[in-house]
Ligand binder design. Structure first.
Ligand SMILES: Nc1ncnc2c1ncn2[C@@H]1O[C@H](COP(=O)(O)OP(=O)(O)OP(=O)(O)O)[C@@H](O)[C@H]1O
Ligand SMILES: Nc1ccn([C@@H]2O[C@H](COP(=O)(O)O)[C@@H](O)[C@H]2O)c(=O)n1
Length: 683
């Protein structure tokens, strides 16, 4: 997951390949609650691991349900069988509507019938999301519920520690036109008390987001509960209801998350490798309402085929076709249509989306504000949004997209990187995708491509121990970029030569045959980088690489042209989306001569020797400052005086002498340079 302040997505030109979707959020949290309320043990596979499921799991743990992660990634839940084990606790539910609403209903009923008391709260935005209609329904039943903040909104206190008989004879009336989650909450909770008699729910007003109710009903069925529907707005929970664990249950991939990759397949040109996107984990047999996004995407021109658990998408009509659509049946996925509309041949209107206004943020306003930043003309109303794309490529603008702590806003606007103007897109606070799809951007970059020269590279070259590695790694972390420590590659060649018994002393290296052998060795090296570890032939050589003798050996072998040539492609291979920070001696002069930012980092030799001394001592290694100084001066001389790719600043490099700077000051300076020449200098 990208935890950076922002993520700059370079202009993208194509996409193809297979995406494995994380589990559905809606199904995951319903299954967790049902498993917790049931009798027996439930083993759940493919559960979504996200902010929303984490708060639900934390709540279940606090309620003393047995929650046991299994080695194979499954989760085992020991159900409560409807009997509370904990009678008083405070639950923090973040911004998870799928936890707040059903837990309020279930704990409200259980608190009343078993004499308990719970307080449920969330983040500030959760305290702005309405819950009054659900509270009204609970109060009708006789549950004591009080607001701890503003009337109509969380936080809530459920129960008062006393037992209250419930009034189950009259139908329970609940509004259906604000959020279908209120009805879902009651459908999930009322079976706990429908023991002696039928319990009836009557929906008042139009029921929005009906497909989410279908998910609820299907999952209730899996836990042994069959609700009778009488007409469009009456649901009867039969007397004698009892939740029984199905034993095992698998969570489908998230159909709303699929929408971004369906859109991607519809709007991205194919790559040289393949045509189209395949989505694994959700397909045409999905129980999720958002699978009907497929129909909407087809209307806009996407070519989509599929099987029960898989979808294949290709670009069909291009530009996409503008549509005028009632989106009541796909409230979440419809946001993705708003971004597809940026690539359409006219004005698209999405209607019946009033529920967007009470989601993680006011989504109609958010989509309108951010879409306008890109150059689109957008009109918004209480329950609709109308999008006219920028009229020509020149009208697109590079935009820094504010994401409002809303995962869907972030995911939607990533697709603006396919704009015809070839502009990058900045996504602010990219970690907000953790709500449903923590690795969304990784999955996106896995299947997207762009011309290598469009992938930004920041080069950090300079003499030994000037702090290149430290600076490069910090910059890479802050920007979410990949990191190339090119010196490590030369160190690996030295190490590999040593393992093979090939001499790297100055005299032997002058022999043409030895230079050829080392070149071949460098080309055939079996290396693997995993986080901070480096493996040579499967063996962890991370510590061996960092010794001073490995540095000296690297300096000797790096003067051999065959070795440098052998490592060229390997280094170019590090230039991957979304960007790269590369440190070495010739990053800016030879390997990435077109890089948009080149830094030549220096410090006095004495200062560098001091730093290296401290570095070695802090790792428990013996060191002598005088010999370190002599070694680094010798290494610098060899590196800068060799014929091939000598150590020197590129003509367009910015020089930074960090003798008097600490690491953070150097980082700030380089990030400042980067920002000022980016497409988003004001942000
Ligand atoms: N600006 C700085 N101020 C103080 N110490 C620094 C600074 N930059 C780096 N250092 C410290 O100096 C030591 C050497 O830094 P680093 O290993 O990053 O250098 P390098 O240029 O990558 O070295 P090499 O060329 O051997 O790979 C580290 O202990 C690091 O923490
Ligand atoms: N681009 C590069 C990087 C490194 N070298 C040589 O490798 C030696 C070790 O590098 P470190 O950065 O890990 O210290 C270095 O002294 C150079 O001789 C290189 O040639 N080109």
């Amino acid at each position: 997951m990208y935890t950076t302040e922002f993520l700059d997505i370079p202009p993208l030109t194509g996409a193809s390949g297979t995406v494995h979707l994380p589990g559905s959020k809606s199904i995951s949290n319903r299954v967790l609650l049902l498993a917790a309320l049931s009798e027996g043990v439930t083993t759940i596979s493919d559960l979504l691991d996200s902010d929303d499921t984490r708060v639900m799991l934390q709540a279940l743990r606090q309620l003393d349900c047995g929650v046991e992660p299994l080695a194979n990634g499954q989760l085992r839940i020991q159900g409560l069988g409807g009997q509370l084990r904990i009678k008083q606790t405070d639950l923090f539910l973040g911004n998870a509507g799928t936890a707040m609403r059903p837990l309020s209903a279930a704990l409200g009923l259980l608190a009343s019938t078993q004499g308990a008391q719970f307080e449920l709260s969330g983040v500030p935005r959760m305290h702005e999301r309405p819950i009054g209609d659900l509270v009204e329904a609970l109060r009708q039943l006789g549950c004591p519920v009080s607001y701890l903040g503003n009337d109509g909104f969380p936080p809530l206190r459920l129960g008062d520690g006393l037992i209250h008989p419930l009034m189950l004879d009259a139908p329970i009336r609940v509004r259906g036109d604000v959020s279908s989650q209120f009805l879902t909450a009651l459908l999930l909770a009322l079976p706990l008390v429908a023991t002696e008699q039928d319990v009836v729910i009557e929906v008042v007003g139009e029921l929005i987001s009906r497909p989410y109710i279908d998910i609820t009903l299907k999952l209730l069925g899996k836990f042994g509960l069959h609700i009778r529907e009488e007409g469009a707005s009456r649901f009867v929970i039969p007397a004698g209801s009892r939740y029984r664990s199905p034993g095992e249950i698998a969570v489908e991939g998230d159909a709303s998350s699929a929408s971004y990759f369906i859109a991607l397949g519809a709007l991205a040109p194919p790559t040289a490798i393949a045509n189209g996107i395949t989505i694994e984990g959700v397909g045409l047999a999905s129980i999720q309402g958002d699978i009907r996004f497929v129909e909407a995407a087809r209307l806009m021109g996407a070519e989509i085929t599929g099987e029960a658990n898989r979808l294949h998408i290709r670009r069909g009509a291009w530009p996409l076709k503008a549509v005028d659509l009632d989106c009541n049946h796909i409230p979440d996925a419809a946001m993705t249509l708003a971004v597809m509309a940026l690539y359409a041949d006219g004005t698209t209107t999405l209607r019946n989306i009033a529920s967007w206004r009470v989601k993680e943020t006011d989504r109609i306003a958010a989509m309108a504000n951010e879409g306008r930043k890109l150059g689109a003309t957008i009109e918004e109303g209480p329950d609709f949004i109308r999008i006219t794309p920028p009229p020509n490529p020149e009208s697109w603008r590079a935009a820094s997209i504010h994401t409002y702590d809303d995962h869907r806003v972030a995911m939607c606007f990533s697709l603006a990187a396919f704009n015809p103007a070839g502009l990058p897109v900045r996504i602010e606070d990219p970690k907000c995708v953790a709500k449903t799809f923590p690795d969304y951007f990784e999955a996106l970059f896995q299947v997207c491509e762009t011309a290598p020269q469009r992938i930004p590279v920041i080069c950090v070259d300079g003499p030994t121990a000037s702090g290149k590695g430290t600076l490069a790694s910090e910059i890479a972390d802050r920007l979410g970029y990949h990191l190339l420590d090119s010196g490590a590659l030369y160190r690996l060649v030295g190490l590999a030569a040593d393992k093979k018994g090939l001499s790297t002393d100055d005299q032997t290296l002058k022999e043409p045959a030895q230079a050829r052998r080392l070149g071949e060795l460098a080309a055939a090296m079996n290396v693997r980088f995993e986080g901070h570890q480096t493996y040579l032939d499967g063996q962890d050589v991370s510590d061996a690489l960092r010794t001073e003798s490995a540095g000296m050996a690297a300096s000797r072998v790096s003067a051999i042209p065959q070795v440098r040539a052998a490592l060229l492609q390997l280094q170019h291979g590090f230039r991957r989306l979304p960007g790269l920070v590369a440190d070495g001696r010739d990053m800016g002069t030879v390997i990435f001569p077109g890089a948009p930012l080149k830094v030549f980092l220096t410090a006095s030799a004495e200062q560098r020797a001091q730093r290296r001394y401290k570095q070695l001592i802090s790792k428990g290694n013996a060191a002598n400052i005088d010999s370190l100084l002599a070694d680094l001066v010798a290494r610098d001389l060899r590196d800068s005086s060799r014929t091939h790719a000598p150590l020197k600043p590129a003509e367009d490099a910015l020089q930074l002498d960090n003798s008097a700077l600490d690491v953070e000051q150097s980082v700030k300076q380089v990030l400042g340079w980067w920002q000022s020449q980016s497409a988003f200098p004001g942000n």
